[in-house]
Design a protein around this ligand. Sequence first.
Ligand code: ADP
Length: 171
Amino acid sequence: MRTAVCPGSFDPVTLGHLDIIIRASVIFDRVIVAVSRNPIKNPMFSISERVEMLKEVLKPYRNVTIDSFDGLTVYYAVEQKAVAIVRGLRVLSDFDNEFRTALVNKSLACNVETLFLMTRAEYSYISSSAVKEVAIFGGPLDRLVPPLVVGKFKEKLNGKPISGSCDSREG
Ligand code: ADP
């Protein structure tokens, strides 16, 4: 059985993340979406909220499981007997960091490959941080995150209304 790990912060999960995870689930027998417990700057959603959202939106994908982990991703991958770490690439600036991380990981565990999947054009501009900014300022979220996450933002932001998509706006 070929297992891959899709690691990340997922604060919160976006349509861009989902696309990468689902495509990985076609390539591998089993995909573990691994939410990093390493402290990230001011996470909006707790680890358990992030894990729960991922579990809910990925429920239909039988070979995808959700977990959280501490420490180095590559050691987590070895622990899980994964053959690959799958990462998404959006823009050139992603490449620099990802390239270095992949080389470090290879030096730590030579049996774990890093596999990059190119983002879909329509998701290339989506990041969790951009999504949070849009949410905080009441912008439309329906083309950025799954409906469940739109609801979680509403709860988090004290029920402040989040307006519809650009198509429904006048002008
Ligand atoms: P990290 O902080 O580890 O980068 P993220 O949650 O930001 O965690 O991202 C997790 C993974 O998802 C990374 O491989 C990232 O490149 C990928 N990713 C994030 N957004 C997109 C997107 N819009 N399209 C493709 N891949 C994406």
